[in-house]
Design a protein around this ligand. Sequence first.
Ligand code: DC
Length: 227
Amino acid sequence: MLTVKIAIDGPAGAGKSTIARIVAKRLGLRYLDTGAMYRAVTLAALKKGVSCADEEALLRVATSMDLEIVFEKETKSNLVYLNGEDVTSAIRQPEVNASVSLVSSHKKVREFIVALQKEIGRQGCIVMDGRDIGTVVMPDADWKIFLQASVEERARRRQKELQRNGHAVDLVELEEQIRQRDHSDSTREVSPLRKAEDAIEVDTTHMNIEQVVDKVLAIIKGADEDV
Ligand code: DC
């Protein structure tokens, strides 16, 4: 059976989830937002009062939680259930944003989550987005796209997303958070954020969603003249 695997990586706010979901919908593939899994571990830890610096305790949280990712066929979005509760919105709250990078930097947490992601990848055609999909989770992906955008543009996008969910956050504060997150995501020891050698980089700073989707689909269909 022919399987199609597409890896979409990049820093926070580069548009990965939005683009990956639409590309999956257009191509009729499953979609997995891998960041949601680290966010679920973070939320579970915060709920239990577990320190996000305590690797062993976090591993216990991760291995004991009942995490269910539901692929919605119609919208291709992922609904996230933690111990039976729908936490799809809760994992996007500012408290989780502030701690998820630290949680995802722990080797044992990553090993556990990456094993789950690899298993999902083995189950067939999929579009996955994250930081280490092209390098670690699906190094055998058929296409690897690395989305980039300026810090200022990514902060504006994150602010809009938070506003839609009822959170007001200062733009300068968001830019600083993004810079810090970029730094910790790309300098951590385990699976740092980096472009796979065979990934194609797309700078989305001055592109709207539809333009990025068209560009990615053109790359996949082999019709992109710039590549
Ligand atoms: O994509 P996101 O903002 O929802 O990701 C949340 C955090 O999880 C981010 O700090 C990086 C981390 N992450 C990761 O380390 N590896 C992935 N494959 C996905 C996300």
